[in-house]
Every structure is written in C-alpha cells, then in structure tokens.
Design a binder for this molecule. Structure first.
Ligand code: PLP
Length: 430
C-alpha cells in the first residue's frame, strides 16, 4: 500500500522490552489493549480523584486546550470530545433540534452532506421535524441566498459542511453565518475535512457548533470533538447519565485518543500552512500530468474553492471500482458505498448533476502530508496504464437508469436526496 496517499496518521510499530508491542507517535506511547502513556499521563481513570486519575485528567485538559487553541474557541468547556465526527454531528444536530423543539421543528441542511449529517436529519424527520435539503450548484457550492430563502420562523438549526469529503468544495460559510445570525438561527458545520488543511476559526466563521475528526488531522481514529459556543443552548445528549464532557458525552473518556487528537492539533498549528502550500502544488501537478496522459478527464467540483488535497475526477469510459481493484498499491476511492454488491452512486456526485454512468467512472484521489512528487508521478503512470488497459472499461448498459432515478427508487421511504441541482426539497416527518 502506498501510504503516501493516506492522509491519515501512521504509527510506527516496534517490539520493545521483550513482550510488549509499542507504537510511538509524537512523543507519546500507545500500548495496544493496555492504555496510553503520554509524558505525564498514567493509566488512571480521569474521573478518579487519586494521583493517577489526576494525571490522566491533566493530559485531557492539555489536549482540550491544544484543540481549543487551534479552532479559536475561548473556553475549555466549549470543546467536547466524542468518538469522532459522526457522533459530534449527531450530537449537534439531534441535540440542538431536540433542545429547541418548543421553539420550532424546522432544520436546514444540504444535499452533499456526509451521511452522518443526513442520517441525523433522517432521524429528526422520523421524529416529526421538517428538514429542508438545499441543492448545490453544478460546482458543488451552496448558494447562500437559497439558505436565506429556506429559513422560516420555525427554523432552529442550519447544518452545512465546511468542506466536502468527496469533491473537496469549500462552502461560503462566513456568508451563510451572516444570514443565520441575522435570522437568529443556530449554525452547525461539519468541519471534519477542512480542519486539517484550511484555517478554521470559530469566530471568523461565526459558527455556533462545529464537528471535528481525529483521523482527518493526522491524529488517531475513533476520536473527535464537538465545539459548542458558550451561551448556546446545550444540545440534548444521547446518553444523559453521568457528567463527563460537561454533561454532553457520558462515559469514561478515551484518554489515548484525546491525547492523540490534542497532539495532532498542536502539530497542525505549526505545520498546516506548510502542508497546504505543498499539497496544493502536488494536486495541481497531478491533474496536469493526468490530463497529459489520459484524455477527457473531467474534474468534479469547483477547482477554485477546493480542499488542497482533494482531486475528484471522472474518466469517461472507465469503471472506477475496477480501476481501484486494478491499482491495489494506491489508496484511491470512489464516493460510492457498495453494500449488497450493487454499486450505489455517490449522492454527492449525483447532487452536482452527474448521471449514473459518469458517477461510476469517477475516482477521488487524496494527497496528504506524506505524499511526495515521486508518488504523484507513480500514480499518474499507474492510472494511465490502467485506463488504457481493457479491463477497466465500462460495458455499455442499454438498460441503465439515471443515477437520480435509482436513488429515488431505493430510498422512497427515507430521506429523499435531490439527484440533481434544483429546488430545495422539504422532508416532513410522520
Ligand atoms: N464528516 C465528514 C465530512 C467526513 O469526511 C467524515 C469521515 O469520513 C465524517 C464526518 C465522519 O468522521 P468519523 O470517522 O470521525 O466519525
């Protein structure tokens, strides 16, 4: 596996002291199944009053402040650790909607959100909330005037991702937050993808809630955080007992994960602008070289408002899943999830207007901190060889339905995602 294309954190396993397998990363040590031994951090439970517990609690406090500083939050209590951005999104969206149930039952989101957000909206729709799903333009961007037009006196929350995970588009969040502020509506953003490569400051963007993921900022998997602005109504927690994480996330905290995301945040504060500049250059080189070797490549999503490390391209006439299988050394992906053997076209690609066939011919290539020019050249070489081989060509399918038709058919009883740019769709509950 060419790990240069994993934008995620890589640990260096080594065998130490005879029987213990130790991974050392950024000065802290993880003993699988045993615990985390960061400098000054013992194996104590951070909720315990004894010295070992206090050490662990101190390690969490440091990590919370590392993340707090990175995002510009003003108080420690504004940062709540979760198991990842999925949980943070759920806590933010369902928690705020339920807390404000007496004020209004209407929330707004977009067609290209991560499934974690759309799934949370689906839950709320089933509880009787109304969800308006705003379509995006062909370049993947939301028009802020569509948000303004969708807000009603019953709207309690707008949830819009900062940057998209499949096509990398960066939404005009500051413009949108101006609208939500004027209307007195809370704004949540899923910033899982953007924090690792874009400046992100909760005050500059004027967001009320924001979700983050450890493994998207070169930290560990299975850890994330939710920012909740001080003074904002408290989200209703999923599990109400216990008082950890300011009462919003009960259960013994994941100390190794928290220390890891804190370390990742501290490194990012120093490294991000260097990474961003270099990675943007590599991404542009990758696209230019691919265009020289493979004809008719189309870029999905805006090239101007785009994450540095994201390239999502359609290579007409190829089958993306087969291309990926053909290239086991590259960590490239499609946006689709294959559950029962039936390719499910990416809801993001169909939302920007791609038909089923084009969505099936699209791949996403991620470029990260570890990627080198050598990796880019090797990738271009491998992709162009694969594309020109006969095995990855799409078989013409005369019976194929447009992607949006398939999505609508499969999900008729669920939250309906617009298949194409168009009018906002209102999803009612029962
Ligand atoms: N939101 C976005 C935009 C993502 O890209 C991801 C991860 O892929 C998530 C949410 C879920 O994050 P996690 O894996 O930390 O739950």
């Amino acid at each position: 596996m060419n790990c240069a294309f994993c934008t995620e954190f890589a640990a260096l396993p080594r065998r130490d002291q005879g029987t213990r397998i130790i991974c050392e990363v950024s000065g802290w040590v993880l003993l699988p199944t045993v615990g985390c031994f960061a400098p000054g951090c013992g194996y104590g439970n951070p909720s315990s009053p004894h010295a070992f517990g206090r050490q662990a609690a101190e390690a969490i406090r440091i990590a919370r402040n590392q993340l707090r500083e990175l995002i510009g939050a003003s108080a420690e209590s504004e940062v709540v650790f979760t198991s990842g951005a999925t949980e943070a999104n759920y806590l933010a969206i369902t928690g705020i909607a339920r807390a404000l149930r007496g004020v209004g039952l209407h929330i707004i989101s977009t067609a290209i959100e991560h499934k974690a957000v759309l799934g949370s909206c689906q839950h709320l729709a089933e509880e009787g909330f109304q969800v308006t799903i705003i379509p995006v333009k062909a370049d993947g961007l939301v028009d802020p005037s569509d948000i303004a037009a969708a807000i009603t006196p019953k709207t309690v929350l707008v949830s819009i991702m900062h940057a998209n995970n499949e096509i990398g588009t960066i939404q005009p969040l500051a413009e949108i937050s101006q609208i939500t502020r004027e209307c007195g509506v809370l704004l949540h953003t899923d910033a899982a993808q953007s924090l690792g490569s874009l400046p992100f400051h909760v005050d500059h963007l004027s967001v009320d809630l924001a979700s983050f993921s450890g493994h998207k900022i070169y930290g560990p998997k299975g850890i994330g955080a939710l920012y909740v602005r001080r003074g904002t109504v408290r989200p209703v927690p999923q599990i109400a007992s216990g008082g950890q994480e300011y009462g919003l996330r009960t259960g013994t905290p994941n100390v190794p994960g928290i220390v890891g995301i804190g370390q990742a945040a501290a490194i990012l504060a120093e490294q991000r602008h260097i990474d961003t500049h270099r990675i943007t250059g590599l991404r542009d080189q990758l696209l230019a070289m691919l265009r020289q070797r493979v004809s008719d490549i189309r870029v999905n999503g805006s090239l101007i408002r785009r994450l540095p490390g994201n390239l999502n391209i359609t290579i007409p006439g190829t089958e993306a899943d087969e291309l990926i299988e053909y290239l086991p050394g590259l960590a490239i992906s499609t946006g689709s999830a294959c559950s029962t053997g039936q390719p499910d076209p990416s809801h993001v690609l169909t939302a920007i207007g791609l038909d089923h066939s084009s969505a099936r011919s699209s791949v996403r290539i991620g470029i990260g901190r570890g990627t080198t020019l050598h990796d880019i050249i090797a990738t271009v070489q491998q992709i162009s060889e694969a594309v020109h081989s006969s095995t990855v060509k799409v078989e013409a399918d005369a019976t194929e339905q447009p992607a949006h038709a398939a999505v609508g058919r499969e999900r008729s009883d669920r939250l309906r995602l617009p298949g194409r740019p168009g009018r906002p769709r209102l999803v009612s509950g029962r």
